[in-house]
Design a protein around this ligand. Structure first.
Ligand SMILES: Cc1cc2nc3c(=O)[nH]c(=O)nc-3n(C[C@H](O)[C@H](O)[C@H](O)COP(=O)(O)OP(=O)(O)OC[C@H]3O[C@@H](n4cnc5c(N)ncnc54)[C@H](O)[C@@H]3O)c2cc1C
Length: 189
């Protein structure tokens, strides 16, 4: 087993991602993770927990993008007044803050259920992951817009939030897969 090519990524560049090559790789039986025949079930349980982690990551990124935009909107003056005095900017900030609160609550709920020892939190984990990651992408985009031209420049943090947030809608299952998981649970009731 050896590390392969290091990937060149759009975002999350502070964390390396690399291929892992298994060539003629044999493992001894005592290296088995979990019980034989339980791999798929174990994987689903790992994803139930991992998706809460991605939801929390997305809430943090959305919060960072929002706080950067809020600060900049108070500092930057256009037409003789701070950007924050324009209603169009205020509405963006209000929507960002409201969506972040909702995402945080969905994430707390899923994490709380996990803490209570509930083994299958698929629906709640997917709801938290789906919503938090999608609002994070939206918040990051709105943050770029509030920064105007500087939103596109590496000198300010907005463009990094924009690049990093996108992974949250992909990692541990793309949004379509989260919708599939949620819908399946709704339909069996
Ligand atoms: C840098 C990075 C790190 C990652 N880290 C992790 C990690 O740690 N853990 C983890 O679990 N995942 C991680 N992922 C995500 C994982 O590797 C896959 O990229 C992800 O699960 C999507 O699978 P895929 O790339 O094969 O896309 P595909 O399955 O080929 O999907 C391509 C498109 O088709 C759509 N699609 C596929 N199937 C369906 C369907 N049934 N119904 C509707 N639409 C569908 C998808 O939504 C998507 O739009 C990471 C991804 C990246 C880029």
């Amino acid at each position: 087993m050896k590390a392969g090519k290091k990937e060149h990524k759009l975002g999350m560049r502070a964390s390396d991602t690399s291929e892992v090559l298994f060539d003629n790789c044999w493992m001894s039986a005592d290296a088995m993770v979990g019980d034989e025949g339980q791999g798929f079930l174990n994987t689903l349980q790992v994803l139930d927990a991992g998706r809460i982690g991605i939801a929390a990551l997305a809430v943090g990124l959305a919060q960072g993008a929002y706080e950067a935009a809020l600060r900049y909107a108070k500092e930057r003056r256009q037409f003789g007044q701070p950007l924050a005095t324009f209603q169009a900017i205020q509405w963006k900030l209000a929507d960002m803050a409201t969506r972040i609160e909702a995402a945080r609550l969905l994430t707390y709920r899923a994490a709380w259920l996990k803490d209570q020892g509930v083994t299958r939190t698929g629906r709640e984990s997917s709801m938290a992951k789906l919503y938090s990651s999608e609002i994070a992408v939206r918040a990051a985009e709105e943050s770029v817009e509030i920064f105007g031209g500087y939103g596109f420049m590496r000198d300010y943090p907005a463009e990094k939030f924009f690049r990093d947030a996108k992974l949250c809608t992909i990692g541990e299952g793309i949004s379509e897969i989260q919708r599939l998981v949620i819908a399946r649970q709704l339909l069996v009731r």
